[in-house]
Design a binder for this molecule. Structure first.
Ligand code: COA
Length: 363
């Protein structure tokens, strides 16, 4: 699916003047990673791997894991609080949380996050698109604003992969980390800095088995003694996923560029889902961008799922890499299979608090 600006209202529509170029505009950003740092050396103590292998094959040096008492809603609420602070607001009309690791399979996590933030009574729901979740969430939030359902939306990508990883599966356990990243979107105009869009979104359910948690849903029910260790944990067929990720992230990025009329060389920063540094650099190369224009914090946080794009943005804005006015291309791929890309011109925001500012070891 390719979307550009919202459909133009008919000539008799009295709100036409308001709606024609109404768009969602980023006005705040925040990120949070839990304090506990897990290095590659720590993983090597209980699984057959090494710091050298992990760094060379993935670009990851360390990641953060939540403590057992910390759930996705806790990470999400902290990132959300920071994004509200950054936007200088204390209320929104809707909270959208995108996650693969909700606190519970029922209910959604967003209402709880809204309550934790003191946002009583606002609309709140989850979006599920695995590692593409943030781009899908951005499109959903932008839709709420473009249609006038909301004036302001808090969108949070949050995941606690440590809760679903099989720590005996060395191929996957080394890749993921926990964290949350958030943006506040407000109603504005399509031509102002911070306006999100154009979007390209897509999916292919025939690839369901490449990335999944097999048991615990309605397909494979979880009753005691029935479920294998493997089926109750996250599984991924890494080599196949690698190929799909490169192809889909590049193609989706190209589609969004075409919709927006941007040339690849006009992109200041490619902010891809942080899957594997080799994937990110190959995507940049496919788009004809030097790898220096590819924003990455995978070395210090790993793949944080739905949090990965906003966390990468927070860290790049925080260290001055991304500046007001820069042209940004987001692109993501994840389980489903799902993929998506979005264009964005970065707005002017007050200084951003680094995601690792939590009393833990600096990322
Ligand atoms: N430590 C040491 N050796 C490991 C290892 C680890 N953690 N994991 C796998 N190996 C071994 C394998 O057993 C294999 O050994 P063999 O050659 O003796 O059989 C060898 O390393 C190569 O394994 P392979 O699976 O081919 O590695 P790879 O280079 O494809 O890297 C991934 C594996 C998972 C890092 C890589 O496939 C990947 O990044 N995939 C995409 C992940 C991704 O993007 N996920 C997010 C999508 S949203």
């Amino acid at each position: 699916m390719r979307t550009s600006t919202p459909p133009a209202p008919g000539p008799s529509d009295p709100t036409a003047a308001v709606r024609r170029d109404r768009a969602a505009v980023v006005c705040g950003v925040g990120g949070y990673v839990p304090p506990r740092v897990v290095t590659n050396d720590e993983l090597s103590r209980f699984m057959d791997t090494s710091d050298e292998w992990i760094r060379k094959r993935t670009g990851i040096s360390r990641r953060h894991f939540a403590d057992p008492g910390q759930a996705t809603s806790d990470l999400a609420a902290e990132a959300g609080r920071r994004a509200l602070e950054s936007a200088g607001v204390d209320t929104v009309d809707a909270v959208v949380v995108t996650t693969t690791t909700p606190d519970r399979s029922c209910p959604a996590t967003a209402p709880l996050v809204a309550t934790k933030l003191g946002l009583e009574g606002v609309a709140a729901f989850d979006v599920s698109a695995v590692c593409t979740g943030f781009v899908y969430g951005l499109a959903s939030a932008a839709g709420l604003i473009a249609t006038g359902v909301a004036e302001r939306v808090l969108l949070i990508g949050a995941d606690t992969y440590s809760a679903i990883l099989d720590m005996e599966d060395r191929t996957n356990a080394i890749i993921f980390g926990d964290g949350a990243g958030a943006v506040v979107l407000r109603a504005g105009h399509a031509d102002e800095p911070g306006a999100v869009g154009h979007f390209d979104l897509g999916s292919d359910g025939s690839g369901e088995e490449l990335i999944m948690v097999a048991a615990g849903g309605s397909r494979q029910r979880k009753s005691p003694g029935d479920v294998s260790r493997q089926d109750e944990h996250f599984s991924m067929r890494g080599k196949e996923v690698y190929r799909h990720a490169v192809h889909r992230m590049s193609a989706s990025a190209r589609a969004a560029l075409e919709l927006g009329g941007w040339k690849a060389e006009e992109v200041d920063h490619l902010v891809p889902h942080q899957a594997n540094i080799r994937i990110l650099h190959t995507v940049a190369e496919e788009l004809g961008l030097p790898k220096e224009r590819c924003v990455s914090n995978i070395g210090s946080v790993g793949n944080t799922g739905a949090a990965s794009i906003p966390l990468a943005l927070v860290d790049a804005v925080g260290d001055g890499t991304v500046k007001a006015g820069d042209r940004i291309l987001l692109t993501a791929f994840g389980g489903g299979l799902t993929w998506g890309a979005c264009l964005l011109r970065w707005p002017s925001l007050p200084p951003v608090r680094p995601s690792h500012d939590n009393g833990g070891t600096p990322a």
